[in-house]
Design a binder for this molecule. Structure first.
Ligand code: FE2
Length: 390
C-alpha cells in the first residue's frame, strides 16, 4: 500500500466561527486583508460579522465582491491585481465554491509572477502564496479542504489548477452561514458533496484507507441530513452535519479524485450555464448505473451507510438498492429527472460527450469502469430519457 494524503492544516468548526476570524488573522500579523466574496453573499449579510470583526481589530479591509459563478479567469486576474495594488497581506474568502476557488488563485497569483494560463494542470503552481483563510457558505464543494480551483476560461471551458499550494491555511466552518441557502441550492450542493464521497470511495487509482473512512462518514452525514435541510433550512443541527459532511467529502476527494460523474457534469455547465451541483445531480444516478458492473461490491458497501437499518443481502441486490436510494434522495430533493429540464435535447448529446472526453486524463482515468465516447454519449442519452435502468 502506498498513498499520499494532504489536507488543510487548520480547521475551526462551529456555530458563530466566522466571527472569530479576526483572532486568526492576528496570527498572521495581518495589516491589510482582501475579502473575496460575491455580491449576493454580501447582500445576504453573510460577511457582516467577519467584516465587523476585522474592522474592530484595526485591520485594513478591501472587499472584492465581484466573484461570479464558476470562477471566470478574468475575475480571478482582476482580483489578484487589486490584491497586489493594495498591498494586501492576507486573503479571506466567504462564499461558495466559486468564491473559494477564486480566492485560492488570487492568494497565489498576487504573490508570484506566474500567469494563470501557465499553471492549469497538476502541480504546476509551485510558488508561494499569501496566507489564505476560507469560509464556505454552502455545504457542497469542500473547496476549503481541496488542492483544486476550477476556473472558467474565456472559451467557457472548465480548467483546473491542482496544487498543494492551493490548500488554505485555515478552513473556518460556520453552519450558521448556510441557514439561508434556498432549498434548491441546498439540495444541489448537497448532492454534489455526496458525489464527491461516492467517487472518492470508488476511485480506481488513489482510493486509500484515509479517504475511505472520510467518504464513509461523509456519506452517512449527508444522506441522513439532506432531506431534512431541504425541507427545513433553519435546522441548525442538520445544517451543521451537512457542512461537516461536505468538508469530509472534500478531504476524501482531494486525495482520491472524482471521476465520470464530474467529467459528464462539467460540459453541462459549460454548454448550458447550469450550476455545478445541478449538473452533478442530473447525471449522478446514470453514471452510477453504468459503473455498477465494475463497482458493485463497493456500492454494496455503501448501501447501509446511506440507509441505516438496511439489511445487506448480496452485492448485486445491495448495489442496486444503493443506486435506488441515491435516485430517491435526488427525487425527494426536487432534482429534475431529465436533462430536458435544463433545455438539453437529442441534438446536444454529441457536443456534451465530446466535452466529457476532454476530462479523460484528469477525471475519467479515476472511474471504476473504463468508458469511451460512445458509452459517454449513451449515458447522456439515458439521462435525457430519464431512464437509468436497462
Ligand atoms: Fe463537485
Amino acid at each position: 500500500m502506498a498513498f499520499t494524503f494532504q489536507t488543510t492544516p487548520n480547521i475551526r468548526f462551529g456555530a458563530g466561527a466566522s466571527s472569530e476570524i479576526a483572532d486568526l488573522l492576528k496570527g498572521y500579523k495581518a495589516a491589510h486583508v482582501l475579502l473575496v466574496t460575491g455580491n449576493n453573499v454580501r447582500a445576504a449579510g453573510l460577511t457582516r460579522k467577519a467584516e465587523a470583526a476585522i474592522a474592530e481589530a484595526g485591520i485594513a479591509l478591501t472587499v472584492f465582491d465581484g466573484v461570479l459563478a464558476d470562477a471566470p479567469s478574468h475575475v480571478i486576474e482582476a482580483a489578484a491585481e487589486i490584491c497586489r495594488e493594495c498591498g494586501v497581506d492576507v486573503v479571506v474568502a466567504i462564499g461558495g465554491g466559486s468564491a473559494m476557488d477564486t480566492a485560492k488563485l488570487v492568494a497565489y497569483l498576487a504573490k508570484t509572477s506566474d500567469k494563470l494560463d501557465d499553471i492549469y494542470g497538476v502541480g504546476r503552481a509551485t510558488g508561494d502564496r499569501l496566507p489564505l483563510l476560507l469560509v464556505p457558505t454552502t455545504a457542497g464543494t469542500g473547496s476549503e479542504v481541496t488542492l483544486t480551483s476550477i476556473v472558467k476560461t474565456p472559451t467557457n471551458e472548465k480548467k483546473a489548477v491542482i496544487s498543494p499550494r492551493l490548500l488554505p491555511d485555515w478552513a473556518i466552518l460556520d453552519p450558521v452561514l448556510t441557514l439561508g441557502l434556498p432549498p434548491h441550492l441546498t439540495a444541489q450542493t448537497g448532492i454534489d458533496a455526496m458525489a464527491h464521497a461516492i467517487e472518492a470511495y470508488t476511485g480506481k487509482i488513489k482510493k486509500n484507507p484515509i479517504s475511505d473512512q472520510l467518504a464513509l462518514k461523509a456519506l452517512a452525514l449527508l444522506s441522513a441530513n439532506l432531506r431534512k435541510v431541504y425541507t427545513d433550512g433553519s435546522n441548525l443541527e442538520a445544517r451543521s452535519e451537512m457542512l461537516l459532511g461536505s468538508m469530509l467529502a472534500g478531504m476524501a476527494f482531494a486525495n482520491s479524485p472524482v471521476a465520470a460523474v464530474h467529467a459528464l457534469a462539467y460540459p453541462i455547465g459549460e454548454v448550458f450555464d447550469v450550476g455545478h451541483g445541478l449538473s452533478i445531480a442530473l447525471v449522478l444516478p446514470y453514471v452510477l448505473e453504468f459503473n455498477r458492473p465494475a463497482a458493485e461490491a463497493l456500492y454494496a458497501e455503501l448501501s447501509d451507510v446511506i440507509q441505516p437499518g438496511y439489511r445487506r443481502q448480496s452485492d448485486a441486490v445491495d448495489a442496486a438498492a444503493f443506486i435506488a436510494e441515491i435516485e430517491a434522495i435526488c427525487r425527494d430533493c426536487g432534482v429534475p429527472g431529465s436533462l430536458s429540464a435544463v433545455g438539453i435535447g437529442e441534438g446536444d448529446l454529441s457536443k456534451l460527450a465530446e466535452g466529457a472526453m476532454k476530462h479523460e486524463e484528469r477525471l475519467l482515468v479515476n472511474n471504476p469502469r473504463e468508458l469511451d465516447y460512445d458509452q459517454v454519449r449513451e449515458i447522456y442519452a439515458k439521462a435525457l430519457a430519464g431512464v437509468s435502468r436497462p
